[in-house]
Design a protein around this ligand. Structure first.
Ligand code: SF4
Length: 121
């Protein structure tokens, strides 16, 4: 069973991508980067925000999530980085470096595929 943790941009999660619904729907439909779970057991464990610019607190946040979830035996087996970080974060490289160094599980770039090409068409 894969246990998926999504990491997204705090500012985007709070103010733009309301309710993180595109990531949730993408996972439920197994679309975008979640299509790899079509034939697999997989659960969404959580959606963690980065902790705000400049990404200094991502490792303590991962550590805290581990402390929180360990008693439930719900530890991520794979991390997905949301498009709000992959495509838009100016601190993306630093964040990815820290997450890849410290997560201890595979890190996949991307989640849902529902990025509109143009706004008015
Ligand atoms: S560090 Fe990047 S992902 Fe986090 S709030 Fe700032 S812009 Fe968003």
């Amino acid at each position: 069973m894969e246990k998926i943790l999504i990491i997204g941009c705090k500012k985007t999660m709070n103010d733009v991508c309301i309710a993180c619904s595109r990531c949730m729907v993408g996972f439920n439909r197994r679309e975008g980067e979640f299509s790899r779970y079509k034939e697999k057991d997989a659960e969404l464990l959580g959606i963690l925000n980065c902790g705000d610019c400049p990404g200094a607190s991502i490792v303590p946040r991962l550590t805290q999530l581990n402390l929180w979830n360990k008693p439930m035996e719900e530890i991520p087996t794979i991390v997905h980085i949301a498009p709000c970080i992959v495509d838009h974060c100016e601190y993306r490289d630093v964040l990815l470096e820290k997450i890849k160094a410290k997560a201890g599980v595979d890190v996949v770039l991307g989640t849902h595929p529902y990025i509109p090409d143009q706004v008015f068409v």
